[in-house]
Design a protein around this ligand. Structure first.
Ligand code: ACM
Length: 539
């Protein structure tokens, strides 16, 4: 049956089956309305089926209902020849994930936006599926700061996530190279901060620049639409406002946010090169009040429990040289600049907690201590996640060595922009999110796992597709499907199922990396298509 991610248990399929036709009706119990809408708007549109409302237990119908006996997000799907399809969910999300499985059972045409043929039979074999997720956090980070992805592309990625039963969209909205969310009280964040004059093209060591302005941002209504579209698909959007590093775009817009006693911040512009800016936020009351204002608007837009504040890669050089930062360290009785960063993050942890939210940040926020209730995204490897979980913090495992999807997916010279560790489809498939050195209760602090798409080398959605797929399909199985038992996952079986999944990705219009390597148009010409001379591996 070739389902991806693999379900827990399947009985059947039998040779007989159920045939969808124009008379197939849809009955949706209370609590299943998101799936009812999705079935009509997406599956119905793909197959040209009206799925008219019908009574409970009608023959030739799709029946949706909640089932208290199932866990959150779990579902049961029963196909009975002549009667139809019944989906039971432990909660509304479970029903929705069941509908995603139904779509896969219907073949690649169910992944198109309109029917390509009329009068064909949409058959589905008699069978029973019981399924549910291994992890409650099955995330994808999309960096829209390095390259802006217009809103339609973001909505499309939410659809691609839903098709793979991923449920947390980590929206990386701000960085040195761009600020992408409208903040009404600080309009220059987008007026100035969302545009850069030129862009390094390809690898950061490449000599080529694209000499034209790059930018864009989401209005608050765009954000509301994205959040609502995600919620319809049982996806939570976790916004990231990266502080106190990765903030040059904000400082370019409001120079007083920077360390003005060290450099002339009025001369700064949005960073046009890749890499980490040394221009970081000044640890002043003015900065705190400014970002409290930013976060107030962010909380109004995003209902998620977790708010991501970044906290990664904050160079401390300016704080070391700044008399004002040094005075702050003294006044607060702190030991050093690491503790100053901790104080900064701690301020927002308390501020968010007072508003019923929880702070999450990259694993650097562990350095210098971290308040209770905060969570950590472990990206520099497993160690941050292990230390955080042992200290009682919830963690999301996204180690760069394993699940940074901007990293090259094959050795050799063929990858379009060959950066980072080689992470093949099989490597991602064999990734185990729970660190082996953790035992209970640490294991219970692993909320789940996340794949990260940083977009320095991805200037449009075809490039994002190329880096994301097919590896995101393997990642989805890691995040959703329980380990088949002691030992390793069966990659040969996954590859066999992928043969069918490529057909679904084709129907969805995903520009994935083919198993045989990039298509000619997916390669890069000249220096961009090869490792840069003199550069160490894994950079
Ligand atoms: C990161 O990759 N700097 C979180």
């Amino acid at each position: 049956m070739d389902l991806i991610p693999a379900p827990r248990a399947v009985e059947g399929p039998m040779r007989c089956g159920f045939l969808f036709d124009r008379d197939t009706t849809l009955w949706a119990a209370p609590g299943t309305d998101t799936t009812e809408r999705w079935l009509r708007s997406t599956l119905g549109a793909a197959l040209g089926l009206p799925l008219r409302p019908g009574p409970r237990d009608a023959p030739n119908s799709v029946q949706l209902q909640l089932d208290d006996a199932l866990e959150p997000e779990a579902y049961g799907l029963d196909v009975v020849a002549t009667r139809g399809v019944r989906i039971r969910g432990g909660d509304p999300a479970g029903v929705f994930w069941g509908a995603q499985t139904l779509r896969q059972l219907l073949g690649p045409e169910a992944f198109r936006r309109a029917p390509v043929r009329s009068g064909i039979t949409r058959g589905i074999a008699h069978q029973s599926i019981e399924d549910g997720p291994r992890f409650r956090w099955r995330g994808l980070l999309l960096d829209v700061a390095r390259h802006f992805m217009p809103k339609d592309g973001v909505l499309r990625y939410l659809d691609l996530m839903a098709a793979h039963k991923l449920n947390v969209f980590h929206f990386h909205l701000t960085d040195d190279q761009g600020w992408r969310i409208e903040i009404a009280r600080h309009p220059r964040l987008t007026e100035t901060g969302s545009w850069r004059t030129r862009t390094k093209f390809g690898h950061r060591a490449s000599p080529l620049w694209e000499e034209k302005p790059h930018g864009g941002y989401y209005t608050q209504d765009d954000i509301r639409e994205i959040v609502a579209y995600a919620a319809e698909r049982h996806i939570t959007v976790v916004p990231e406002i990266d502080v106190p590093g990765h903030s040059q775009a904000a400082i370019a817009a409001y120079p007083e946010l920077g360390n003005t006693d060290v450099i002339d911040t009025t001369a700064l512009s949005v960073l046009d090169d890749w890499g980490i800016s040394t221009n970081v936020l000044a640890p002043t009351d003015n900065t705190l009040r400014f970002y409290e204002g930013v976060f107030e608007e962010v909380l109004d837009l995003f209902p998620s429990e977790f708010i991501h504040v970044g906290g990664d890669e904050c160079p401390k050089d300016q704080w070391k040289r700044s008399p004002a930062a040094q005075a702050r360290i003294k006044e607060l009785g702190l030991a050093d600049e690491d503790e100053l960063q901790s104080w900064f993050i701690g301020h927002f942890a308390k501020w968010l907690s007072a508003r019923g939210r929880r702070l999450i940040g990259w694993d650097e926020i562990l350095e210098g201590g971290l308040p209770d209730g905060t969570a950590v995204s472990s990206w520099r490897g497993y160690q941050g996640g292990v230390a955080a979980a042992r200290a009682g913090h919830d963690v999301v495992m996204c180690p760069q060595q394993q699940v940074y999807l901007d990293y090259r997916q094959a050795a050799g010279d063929d990858e379009p922009v060959p950066i980072g560790y080689v992470r093949t489809l099989e490597d991602v498939y064999r990734f185990e999110p729970v660190p082996p050195e953790l035992d209970e209760p640490g294991i219970r602090h692993v909320l789940g796992t996340q794949a990260n798409l940083w977009t320095e080398v991805m200037e449009d959605h075809a490039r994002v597709d190329y880096q994301a797929f097919p590896r995101l399909a393997a990642f989805a199985e890691v995040a959703w499907s329980a380990l088949p038992g002691p030992g390793e996952r069966d990659f040969a079986d996954f590859e066999r199922r992928m043969a069918a999944h490529y057909g679904r990705l084709d129907a969805l219009g995903v520009a994935y990396r083919p198993p045989a390597g990039p298509r000619p148009w997916q390669r890069r010409p000249g220096v961009l298509g090869r490792p840069i001379e003199g550069l160490p591996p894994n950079t």
